[in-house]
Design a protein around this ligand. Structure first.
Ligand code: WQD
Length: 339
């Protein structure tokens, strides 16, 4: 009997790539998603890529009754991978109450469901943003957390705490907190990828939209940081590597709480990414240096040793492949899933 995993927010960018990797690893996959920031087309494409079906249910994870009904229908689930949540940093500053309500409520419903249906594993989509304005890099899992610079980051920090307390009260439960660095790129097929609504907040999707002519130029937020070329340095990780990290986390899960950085351990600047993107795709990306974006840190990258040692997981793709695959998806889907 194959293990069965429930992905909340599994139609989203990281969720859909993770659904595919679980299918390829032999799991049965159930996806719940309210499609507020995703498309059911992503699920259809995942099924085609894996040549396997996904049990998809459109619902809001904050709706405990709907979750209960679904879990009663699908039967025993070995793990919940919790992606569902609002995730736009800037928007969270404008709408903090909506972010706390949505992200915390959905996490609490996941805990209640795990308790009621005896689901032994929870894997949580956390973020390097919980490290706040980190003083020291590379970041290790024992680096101080808190001091988040926005409500979105605080929701991730608070959900980590909720899950720790829930695990303390539930000795048989396994909780794995996966702290993502900067996921970019797309499945090499170009069939699934990042499809942000409106103006992209993040660098890679914005670069892709400039490269395909949807936007005239990239604004580079500051070149006066204490970095080699003055622009911000981040730990970009291929979304397929990130997805595989979830399968590894699930496969290795044991009772108790474990925290892992999912990064490459290498930082690249904005201009390094832009120049790599131009080189590997033989495309122009016009840009202009503008003022810093409030809340940005100069440098953020992971120490990814623990995931390698304990999960046997290491990122395999480099920046060239991330840029190649991001552009391939965008070229094949200039308007994302809305084509
Ligand atoms: C990367 C670099 C910008 C856009 C955020 C969230 C984090 C996680 C990943 C969810 C920075 C520069 C960006 C642009 C630019 N999301 N930039 N022009 O801010 O590191 O992390 O996304 O978990 O929680 O905080 O990612 O892609 O927005 O920025 O110059 O149009 O690119 O200044 O140096 P960030 P990003």
């Amino acid at each position: 009997m194959a293990s069965k995993v429930l992905l909340t927010g599994g139609a989203g960018y990281i969720g859909s790539h993770t659904a595919l990797e679980f299918l390829l690893a032999g799991y049965e996959v159930v996806v719940v998603d309210d499609l507020s920031n995703s498309s059911e087309k992503a699920i259809e494409r995942v099924e085609k890529l894996a040549d396997k079906s996904v049990r998809f249910e459109r619902l809001n994870v904050c709706d405990g009754e709907a979750m209960r009904k679904l879990l009663t229908e699908v039967g025993a689930v070995d793990a919940i991978v919790h992606f569902a949540g609002f995730k736009a940093v800037g928007e969270s500053v404008q709408k903090p109450v909506e972010y706390y309500r949505n992200n915390l409520d959905s996490a609490l419903v996941v805990c209640e469901a795990a308790k009621e249906f005896n689901i032994p594993k929870i894997v949580f989509s956390s973020s390097a943003t919980v490290y706040g304005l980190a003083e020291r890099v590379p970041l290790v899992e024992t680096s101080p957390t808190g001091g988040c610079t926005n409500p979105y980051g605080w929701t991730k920090y608070m959900i980590e705490q909720i899950l720790r307390d829930f695990a303390k009260a539930t000795p048989s439960l396994s909780v794995t907190l996966l702290r993502y660095f900067n996921p970019i790129g797309a499945h090499p097929s170009g069939e699934i990828g990042e499809d942000p609504l409106g103006i992209p907040n993040n660098l890679a999707p914005f670069v892709c939209q400039v490269a395909v002519g949807r936007r005239p130029k990239l604004n580079v937020f500051g070149n006066d940081y204490p970095t080699p070329d003055g622009t911000g340095v981040r730990d970009y990780i291929h979304v397929v590597d990130l997805a595989k990290g979830h399968v590894a986390a699930c496969d290795h899960a044991k009772p108790g709480v474990k925290v892992y950085n999912l990064g490459t351990g290498r930082g690249y600047s904005v201009l390094e990414l832009v120049e790599t993107f131009k080189r590997v795709n033989n495309v122009d990306v016009p840009y202009e240096i503008v003022d810093r974006r409030p809340g940005d840190v100069a440098i953020c990258f992971a120490d990814a040793t623990l995931a390698r040692e304990e999960l046997g997981w290491t990122a395999q793709y480099g920046l060239d492949e991330m840029c190649r695959d991001a552009y391939n998806w965008q070229k094949k889907n200039p308007n994302g899933y809305r084509d």
